[in-house]
Ligand binder design. Sequence first.
Ligand SMILES: *Cc1c(COP(=O)(O)O)cnc(C)c1O
Length: 355
Amino acid sequence: MTAETGELPRSHPSPLRLSFDGGALAANWRAMDRLSGKARTGAAVKADAYGIGIDRAMPVLWDAGCRDFFVAHWSEVGAVRHYAPSSSISVLLGPMGDADVRFARETGVRPVINSIEQARRWTATGGGVCDLMVDTGMNRLGVRPEELGDPAIAALDIDIVLSHLACADEESALNDRQRSIFASLLPQLQHRRASIANSAGIALGAGYHFDLTRPGLALYGGVPRSELAQELQQVIAPEAAIVQIRTLPAGESIGYGASFTAASDMRVAILSLGYADGYLRCWSGKGEFTATDGAVLPVLGRVSMDLTAIDITAAPHLREGDWLRAGYDLPAAAEMSGLSQYELLTLAGPRLRAG
Ligand SMILES: *Cc1c(COP(=O)(O)O)cnc(C)c1O
């Protein structure tokens, strides 16, 4: 058997898309920038800009004025560099081996040094400007305070000294403890800029802003602390086209597990969206979609891999091919689904991101 060699059309209309409000993303960044006071405001764009898509998010963030971008993996650098110079990109995982070090040198992006071993590796292979993560109590990544006297740290040419807050979205004594440990360590370290606040940390007040803040979630419409609710707008929502409209006769069930049975004849729409797209089974019998006229339409039965059934009795005008939007306001959707706002963003599947 040989493969077909004929040219396929490059793109094909998808019955699934992620609505994206670039104006809301820009407004959210500006709100975080205003709330960051005198500090500069960066952006965490790891994990494909929290599932929104680097190609959607980066041009908007750059135009809004953002000049400091944080990714987690080295593999994420390439996409960000299409939109921002290397000197504005930091890689949170740091150099784990020679290949990472080579990549950093070739591209000019900054590694975030997370351990004495990484510091030695960076200097031994030629050094250069880097960032440094210090662990002030989260015990995930970073050099511990008692290790900062190591000669490997003194040898670094540090732009940003970072730390990360474990409980910024809660009332916790750990916030102030981390902030004061961080402040007390800074005089020992030659550095240009200091940064501890994520989205929630920005709302903790000026004492947490230092020189640079690093919001992620809030930019994409997540609300980590209620004080921020009035400042932030929804940025994305899954949208799906109706692929079929049918009548569910009284007494019959719908979908896997036959978990919903109609009490009377119902008009039902089948949508091209399922758990493979990140619309998880937690929405079964619970999720809601809205039509363009605002009608709210409940999910019926179980969400399956590619398909979700909804009750369109309240919207008799709907036709096959019409688009509906999932209820995806992040704080409300988190409450309803039991997922975190971070998960709701980052689980968008490949078909949804592409659409
Ligand atoms: C992801 C991340 C952020 C952004 O956090 P949000 O809670 O999404 O604002 C900031 N700093 C570091 C080190 C991160 O890993």
